[in-house]
Design a protein around this ligand. Structure first.
Ligand SMILES: [Zn+2]
Length: 456
């Protein structure tokens, strides 16, 4: 009798447990959790126990973004049973802020950023002063810089602001051996470095008219550096125009405009045979021969930019239109070669007058603008004459292309499909220049510059 009732009790307990576990197969450690922003969270870590199964069998619905403070709910699903869990992602940490004291001139705008060495937080933050600085006060004043994050946590640090009248003029960092390359269009002024105790960008004025950029020598000029408080110094500087090897040799720069085309391959083969390098001013309108741009680049030739469309009506309609088109061809070349080209040739050259049909005065604006943007543009001083038509007789192209009256020749050819006679003439032209002692170089930023001068 005793034994029977014992079995019964055990059976009932088993059944009750069975029912309980059947209804509660997932046991969670927590039903809600507060999580610091940017900390790690794996919902499976919150499972205490799974009855009749493993953690892998649990599905989780909903997502928590630990990078974004907010209230989240996820649901654990196992064998048709669900358990919700609430997660509150919170930013409770104040920003990390490191500051420094500051000595400034009376012109400096006083902002909290001025005093910050380092600042960081897991959320967005803003910098401010606890109390705005006194704008009229000269000398020292104490300020408090506050960094407050988007959730109201803030850090405050004290700094000393010293506003003083700037009475010291700027100084020159280097007075001797400032170098510019012979023939380079580099702005001499950009090579002169000055510093000032309180003005981060003092101005430099220098008269460079006594420097002959084409004759290597040491030139003495006087420069004036002025800070924004009006203190200035005069300094005599030695500028060295350094010899550019390309200038002491007889050089011919072979240039091919308008390609790539079905003739590019043959041009490359001729250049390869002669072991010489040239320059291709490429366009983008024919996309069937682009692989030759890569081939030319890999063989050491310069890839210059000639515009993408080569459509006068569009590229010369405005300076914006020109630069949009230049960007298109520049991006194309960079994508193909992995290198940005800064060498350009204007369609029709800088002296073209056809652009006046679309925008009066555009060329004189463009020549300055491209230089300001860091490009170097090249015209030519000898033309092969192959632009005058298709299939100009080979002998005529040779005749037009060959001269030994100039030491630096920028020779214009066209790389386009109908101009087969250009390719046929090329070998004899190269031979002529070899026989007359010329070197062949691809154009670089420092090469001999040939500019026509603008007419529009
Ligand atoms: Zn062209």
């Amino acid at each position: 009798m005793k034994r029977k009732s014992y079995i019964l009790v055990v059976a009932v307990v088993y059944i009750l447990f069975g029912i309980y576990f059947y209804n509660n197969p997932i046991i969670l450690k927590n039903s809600s959790l507060e999580l610091e922003v940017n900390s790690k969270f794996d919902p499976y870590d919150n499972i205490q126990n799974i009855v009749f199964g493993t953690k892998k069998g649990v599905e989780i619905e909903g997502k928590v973004d630990p990078k974004k403070p907010g209230d989240y709910t996820i649901t654990y699903v196992f064998k048709d049973k669900t358990r919700p869990m609430n997660i509150a992602v919170r930013d409770t940490q104040a920003p990390h802020l490191e500051v420094k004291d500051k000595k400034v001139d009376l012109q400096t705008e006083i902002t909290p950023e001025l005093f910050v060495k380092k600042v960081s937080d897991d959320s967005k933050y803003e910098l401010s002063f606890e109390k705005e600085p006194d704008p009229d006060r000269v000398g020292e004043q104490k300020l408090k810089v506050v960094a407050e994050d988007a959730y109201g946590n803030s850090t405050k640090k004290e700094v000393v602001l010293n506003r003083m009248k700037d009475e010291k003029p700027p100084t020159f960092k280097k007075v001797k051996g400032i170098e510019v390359m012979q023939g380079s269009s580099d702005d001499v002024r950009s090579k002169i470095k000055v510093e000032d105790d309180l003005d981060p960008e003092p101005k430099v004025e220098v008269d460079t008219s006594s420097i002959d950029m084409y004759t290597p020598d040491t030139y003495t000029v006087t420069a004036t550096a002025t800070d924004r408080s009006g203190n200035s110094t005069d300094q005599s500087l030695e500028i060295e125009v350094v010899e550019n090897p390309e200038y002491s040799e007889k050089v011919v720069y072979l240039t091919f405009d308008d390609g790539p085309s079905e003739n590019t391959k043959e041009i490359l083969d001729i250049l390869k045979k002669h072991k010489i390098k040239a320059t291709f001013f490429v366009t983008g309108y024919d996309d069937t021969h682009r692989e030759y741009i890569k081939e030319a680049y890999d063989q050491g030739h310069t890839i210059g930019l000639h515009t993408y469309s080569h459509d006068y009506a569009s590229v010369y309609s405005s300076t914006d239109a020109y630069f949009a088109d230049l960007k298109a061809v520049s991006d194309m070349v960079e994508e193909i070669t992995g290198e940005k080209s800064t060498i350009i040739r204007f369609p029709g050259g800088s002296s073209n007058s056809i652009s006046a049909n679309y925008s009066v005065g555009i060329m004189s604006k463009l020549v300055d603008m491209v230089t300001e943007k860091g490009y170097q543009y090249f015209d030519w001083n000898v033309s092969s004459g192959d632009a005058e038509g298709n299939n100009i007789p080979k002998e005529q192209i040779i005749e037009m292309s060959c001269t030994d009256e100039l030491n630096h020749i920028n020779l214009l050819f066209h790389d386009s499909s109908p101009k087969d006679t250009t390719v046929e003439a090329l070998d004899s032209i190269i031979q002529f220049y070899k026989d007359h002692g010329y070197k062949f170089y691809p154009l670089t930023h420092d090469s001999y510059i040939c500019h026509h001068g603008t007419t529009n």
